[in-house]
Structure formats: structure tokens, C-alpha cells
Ligand binder design. Structure first.
Ligand code: PA5
Ligand code: NI
Length: 187
């Protein structure tokens, strides 16, 4: 256990003070996730941009604790499919809470049968029930940033999403995002 503490959110960067580990996911880290493999490869080979960053609090991932992280997804799309996180299941099924901080995006949830979409914006709380895989998507043209709070022993299973997908793909539409069945190539 650790002592009670306050953590200060740094709005310009999405960082936390004090901070735990900060990680960057580049295009090269997202192999097999975007439908348009040729567009993904071209983006990786050209500039390999940072797609999203995750700043973690110093709270440990241990039973009973409630660690937090702040994710910033940079705007953009690959073959029309919006920038997104890898997505994962919690192998120890437990809920999670997201709070939109800035920008516009959404929370794509999938229980293996039915996909659900929660539009996210500053001040919106998205609730992820136990057993639902989750992925975040930036549907706007500025960075989309949110806070996540999760049980310290929930764990992260990334293989589940590679195997089952997330039900839908979230594509750039005329104004609103467009949803395509997971298998479909973007048009
Ligand atoms: O706890 C969460 O669900 C989030 O903090 C995510 O881990 C974060 O958004 C990054 O996504 P992923 O872990 O799917 O790469
Ligand atoms: Ni999670």
C-alpha cells in the first residue's frame, strides 16, 4: 500500500505530477490493427508517428489499488480509419471509468458479440463494465485526451482484441464518424 496523495494533472501535456511510467505508441507498434495494411505500412515507413501516449500515476497495479492513466490520442487516420488505441480486455474482469478531458473521441466496447459506442468529450464519464473489451478512438482534429481509473489487479490482455476484433471499425465520415463491420475494408 502507498500513502494518500494528490496528483496534479498537467493540461498542456497530459502528464501527471508525480508521475509513473509514460509510454508512447508509434504506428510501428500498431501492426495488425488497421484494416488498410498498405496505408498502415506507408505511414510506418514514412514518419512512424506517435499515435498515442499514456501517462501513468505512481499508484501501483496491485490488488485493492486504483491506478490512473491519462491517454492522449493524436488526430489522424490510416486508410480512413481513425487513430485509436490497441484496445484490450481485463483478464480479471473488472470495471473501469473514463473521464473525457479534451478533444473529441469515443469509447468502442465489445463483449465478443455486440459492439457499443460511447461518444466522449470533456466532462463525459464513460463506464466500462466487467467483460467488455475497450478501445479509444480520436474522431476529431485535435488531440483527444481522457483519464482512466481501473482496479490494480484487472490486467491487460491485448491478444484478445487481435483475435476477436472490436466488432466495428470507426471510419472518417461526412461530419460524423462512420461504423463498418470489423471484417470490412474501408471504402
Ligand atoms: O486503462 C485503460 O484502459 C487505458 O488507460 C488504456 O490502457 C490506454 O488508453 C491505452 O490503451 P491500450 O492499453 O489499449 O493500448
Ligand atoms: Ni482497461
Amino acid at each position: 500500500p502507498i500513502d494518500p496523495m494528490s496528483i496534479t494533472f498537467q493540461p498542456p501535456t497530459g502528464g501527471m505530477t508525480p508521475s509513473g511510467p509514460v509510454l508512447s505508441r508509434r504506428m510501428s507498434d500498431l501492426e495488425g490493427l488497421f484494416a488498410d495494411t498498405a496505408a498502415w505500412r506507408a505511414a510506418r515507413d514514412e514518419a512512424d508517428p506517435v499515435v498515442y501516449e499514456v501517462a501513468s500515476s505512481p499508484v501501483p497495479e496491485a490488488p485493492g489499488e486504483l491506478p490512473q492513466s491519462i491517454t492522449t490520442i493524436h488526430p489522424g487516420a490510416v486508410g480512413g480509419e481513425f487513430h485509436m488505441t490497441k484496445g484490450h480486455q481485463h483478464p480479471n474482469p473488472q470495471g473501469e471509468i473514463y473521464l473525457g478531458l479534451s478533444g473529441t473521441g469515443g469509447l468502442l466496447l465489445f463483449d465478443g458479440t455486440t459492439p457499443k459506442w460511447i461518444p466522449m468529450a470533456p466532462g463525459v464519464i464513460g463506464y466500462i463494465p466487467p467483460g467488455w473489451a475497450h478501445r479509444s478512438v480520436n474522431t476529431g482534429d485535435e488531440p483527444y485526451r481522457f483519464l482512466a481509473v481501473y482496479p490494480g489487479d484487472a490486467g491487460h490482455d491485448y491478444g484478445w482484441v487481435l483475435e476477436h476484433g472490436m466488432g466495428w471499425r470507426v471510419l472518417r465520415g461526412a461530419g460524423e464518424p462512420r461504423f463498418a463491420p470489423f471484417q470490412a475494408e474501408p471504402v
